[in-house]
Design a protein around this ligand. Structure first.
Ligand code: MG
Length: 281
């Protein structure tokens, strides 16, 4: 990726942060912290790695993306609109009666592959998609984004076993490892450590990186599969609420809507960050 492309994606991630916050305020609530933590991952996927075509969204050879942490739907909707799956103006309808955009992704939203948000299901779905592609001899890949709190679900580990058993090197799991979940610190609710070693022990090739660094994410996605014959797990260390000072690392921002004053401050901070990036060129 060129420096120009990287700058473009970083600025896009900031712009999408502004959009999703504005959407959450207009809709009266949303999963603020987790959407901000995973937006750099979604930008790296949708605008760098995924082989998809919004004009032909059902193309059999397309890569699949499953947003297993479906409660961060606001981030996904902003990305899908930006990618051209539906008009951006529709984002303003989020949360209103009759809109197809609400708190979780559904099959009514163009670009969504699976309705998600009952946590712990996405990786099993991804295993099925990847296994079907392997059996059909087609080259498409499947990416599944999970929350770290979600990893307490036992079904995740059943899927992890199956993925290595079937040698699904067309499957990529990504953990948005922000260390927090709705009820507090992930380590207090259900300890996951040593997380990289656990995935390795389940037969996955593990890539550990900064999940808010688009350059690092893009290069890891360029190197897939990390190991031939094994599924890849990208352990992405992120900051919940990333990009807004008073939301960062606060479990209380798992769900909620900023006040008008808080939204104003958040937008000013994000605009300052964008100005800083442009000035550094
Ligand atoms: Mg989390």
């Amino acid at each position: 990726m060129t420096q120009d492309e990287l700058l473009h994606l970083k600025l896009l991630a900031i712009e999408l942060r502004k959009k999703l916050l504005t959407m959450i305020v207009s809709g009266g609530g949303g999963h603020t912290g987790g959407s901000l933590s995973c937006i750099d991952i979604l930008v790296s996927l949708y605008f760098h790695a995924l082989r998809i075509d919004p004009v032909d969204p059902e193309s059999p050879g397309r890569d699949r993306f499953v947003m297993s942490k479906g409660h961060s739907a606001e981030a996904l909707f902003c990305v899908l609109a930006e990618a051209g799956f539906f008009p951006e103006a529709e984002l303003a309808s989020y949360g209103s009666f009759g809109s197809r955009l609400y708190g979780h992704p559904t099959m009514g939203v163009p670009g969504v592959e699976m309705p998600t948000g009952a946590l712990g299901h996405g990786l099993s779905i991804g295993v099925g998609m990847a296994l079907a592609a392997q059996r059909d001899g087609v080259a498409n890949r499947c990416f599944v984004l999970m929350g770290d709190g979600e990893l307490a679900e036992g079904s995740v580990w059943e899927a992890a076993m199956a993925a290595s058993h079937y040698r699904l090197d067309n499957l990529v799991g990504i953990v948005d490892n922000n260390g927090l979940q709705i009820s507090g610190k992930t380590g207090d609710v259900m300890g996951l450590s040593p997380l990289a070693e656990r995935w390795s022990a389940f037969g996955w090739a593990v890539e550990e990186l900064d999940g808010n660094d688009i350059g690092g994410l893009a290069s890891a996605l360029d190197r897939l599969p990390a190991r031939t014959g094994a599924p890849t797990l990208i352990l992405a260390h992120t900051i919940k609420g990333k990009g807004v000072s008073f939301m960062e690392n606060q479990a209380s921002w798992h769900h909620g809507a900023p006040t008008a004053q808080q939204l104003g401050q958040a937008l000013r901070e994000l605009e300052a960050a964008a100005a800083g990036l442009r000035a550094a060129v």
